[in-house]
Unconditional design. Structure first.
Length: 224
């Protein structure tokens, strides 16, 4: 049923995942949160659609995801197989395909200083694709699952092109044991300038932990 404020227009939504960040959030809920479950890409997309409908005062049938993109650094098949991750990597590809999400991968490179694998230029590629979509007016609202302040210029450009932005933001911390046996604190926080610049910032940590929404099917559906 269309609300009285609605004009019945179609609100076209695009969803852009920074895959490294999304994976960190998902691992937190699986291994360090009472939920004990990973984040569902289908659940996130439906949540975005419902939130846009609520904020823009439109019927949810008039708020539809028209494009969805996932960006991440990726190990080669040989490296993934050597690390025992090849099957998991392929299984997650299947999840994205079933959800209708376009995959964008860049090779993971070795950090010359630390010797550890490192993602590079994912934010640049995501920004280019998102801006291209906006200037060709293929969406009204772009939902961003990211935390890095490097996306602030992108958001400003999207606004200049007439595209509204929604940010799904998580702030959390947890302790884990390093290979050396030490307790290490890991903290993930969304850059404040990114929160402030987006049209519709949604603080997911507080929303998920809100006791008044315990048993809310929309929140529960976020998890696998």
């Amino acid at each position: 049923m269309i609300t009285p404020q609605s004009d019945g227009r179609l609100v076209r939504i695009a969803v852009f995942f920074d895959g490294g960040y999304f994976n960190e959030v998902s691992r937190y809920y699986k291994y360090h949160h009472p939920r004990g479950a990973r984040i569902s890409v289908d659940g996130i997309q439906d949540f975005v659609r419902q939130q846009v409908a609520l904020i823009e005062k439109e019927d949810d049938t008039h708020c539809q995801i028209v494009e969805s993109h996932y960006f991440r650094g990726r190990f080669s098949a040989e490296a993934a197989e050597a690390a025992g991750r090849l099957k998991d990597q392929a299984a997650f590809d299947d999840v994205l395909i079933r959800a209708g999400i376009v995959q964008h991968y860049l090779p993971v490179v070795q950090n010359v200083r630390t010797g550890r694998p490192q993602e590079r230029a994912v934010d640049v590629w995501l920004s280019l694709e998102a801006y291209d979509l906006a200037i060709h007016q293929r969406c009204d609202v772009l939902a961003l699952i990211a935390c890095d302040g490097a996306y602030v210029p992108l958001v400003r450009k999207l606004h200049g092109a007439g595209t509204r932005t929604m940010l799904l933001a998580w702030d959390f911390s947890y302790e884990f044991q390093s290979p050396a046996g030490r307790e290490v604190l890991r903290e993930t926080r969304t850059a404040q300038p990114l929160i402030e610049v987006c049209t519709y910032p949604v603080m997911m940590t507080a929303l998920i932990d809100d006791r008044s929404r315990k048993g809310d099917p929309l929140i529960d559906a976020i998890f696998v």
